[in-house]
Write a protein that binds this ligand. Structure first.
Ligand code: PLP
Length: 419
């Protein structure tokens, strides 16, 4: 397995009959190992998670739920799913967990299917401010099938304005309120959202795709006690396989399960569910709690370093693994910045910026996260250096070859999959 992870030449033996794809797998392993992975939604899963993903459980058809499948031969994969469910419930203190969603978006779709009817009004963070596609984009089922009302953030501080959320809920009487974002760097006040939802007679859906891994490690507040349904991914800070899950109270368990299968999905992916169980087991350890806290400490140092270098850090910092910055003070917009940084081996995302009037055109901001580099073992000293190097690249004070070689040296010192 390690052979595959490190992009070793022996990869050719693993995929003996397909050198073309062996080269792709080795090339991607090499890219991941030698660039700085600062995409806030990405991480490096453990060899154990990858082993479960690459196991023969991938061959098994398993429509339905443990003990009630539409296929024979599910005795063993049923054990895998029961373990995954039990571990998720214990990890997040939930009455019920559904671990079958194929992705975070599928989990959101299932949450809507469990609680809403087409045409219902839903209040969620507006897309220009960090709402996800599933929070009402016209290009997504959510915007097509529901009547979304968007809240924003305070244009000065970049923070959620809970008074605005309450006022919109009073005026529009949504059937559900959604909290959660792809770019909000601060903790979400779930109790405040619960109060808004209660006043409007609405369900509260927490889309905790990003912070759920921090929740697992005790480094962010847990939405489970407040939300009717929590949807999440398993592959971001949580460091599991690509996939989704739902957590809810006992009363909603059956509605949530039926919303996943048979309403929005077919057969469960048992290899992924086994890998989720492995990741939940890892996330329950003290080592993972230490990791989650280090992720946040690293993000804070990165944010402070970038601010010192003159970039504008939205909300002035972060409580989480992610931060958004405006590189305009260095004379570059988000898109140009991402390209310049890519040449130096920095891999990160552009994003819209919540301040002023979000308009069309090139994304103005950059979104960075520390989940992956922290898994590699980088700490605060490395974050401080990354901030200085990143700013030097943007100011074109260092050429991309020199920066690329420093990035390479750093990744060699902190390999994602040590030998
Ligand atoms: C990542 C994310 C999702 C979607 O996850 P996918 O697995 O890409 O479908 C949904 N909502 C939020 C807030 C996210 O950050």
């Amino acid at each position: 397995m390690n052979v595959v992870l490190r992009g070793d030449p022996e990869m050719a033996a693993v995929l003996a009959g397909d050198p073309e794809m062996a080269a792709v797998l080795a090339g991607e392993a090499e890219r991941q190992a030698t660039c700085l992975q600062l995409i806030a939604a990405e991480n490096f899963t453990s060899p154990a998670v990858l082993a479960a993903l690459g196991s023969p459980l991938a061959n098994k058809y398993a429509e339905g739920y443990p003990g009630a499948r539409h296929h024979g031969g599910c005795e063993i994969v049923d054990v895998a799913e029961r373990i995954a469910v039990d571990r998720a419930k214990a990890l997040f203190g939930a009455d019920h967990a559904n671990v079958q969603s194929h992705s975070g978006s599928s989990a959101v779709l299932a949450a809507y299917a469990a609680l809403l009817r087409p045409g219902d009004t839903v209040l969620a963070m507006g897309l220009p401010y960090g709402g996800h596609l599933t929070h009402g984009s016209p290009a997504n089922f959510s915007g097509r099938w529901f009547d979304f009302v968007g809240y924003g953030v305070d244009p000065e501080t970049g923070l959620i304005d809970y008074d605005e959320v309450r006022a919109l809920a009073r005026a529009r009487r949504p059937k559900a309120v959604v909290c959660g974002s792809i770019a909000y760097p601060r903790h979400i006040d779930y109790a405040a959202f619960r109060a808004v939802a209660d006043e409007a007679g609405a369900h509260l859906i927490a889309d905790a795709a990003h912070p759920i891994g921090l929740v697992a490690g005790g480094a962010a507040p847990n939405p489970v006690p407040y939300a009717d349904v929590v949807c999440a991914t398993t592959h971001k800070v949580l460091r599991g396989p690509r996939g989704g899950m739902l957590l809810c109270r006992a009363e909603l368990a059956e509605r949530v399960d039926r919303a996943v299968f048979p309403f929005t999905q077919g057969g469960a992916q048992m290899h992924t569910i086994a890998a989720k169980a492995v990741a939940f087991g890892e996330a329950a350890t003290p080592a993972f709690a230490a990791y989650a806290h280090q992720v946040v400490a690293n993000a804070r140092v990165l944010a402070a370093g970038l601010a010192t270098e003159g970039l504008e850090v939205i909300t002035g910092g972060t409580d989480t693994h992610l931060l958004t910055v405006d590189p305009a003070p260095l004379g570059v917009d988000g898109r140009a910045a991402r390209e310049r940084l890519a040449a130096a081996g920095f891999v990160l995302d552009t994003c819209g910026l919540p301040l002023g009037t979000p308009g069309p055109g090139a994304p103005r901001g950059l979104r960075l996260g520390t989940a992956a580099v922290t898994t590699q073992g980088m700490g605060e000293a490395e974050m401080a250096r990354i901030a200085v190097l990143l700013a030097a690249v943007l100011r074109e004070e260092t050429d991309s070859t020199a920066a690329r070689s420093e990035v390479r040296d750093l990744t060699v010192r902190f390999p994602p999959y040590p030998a």
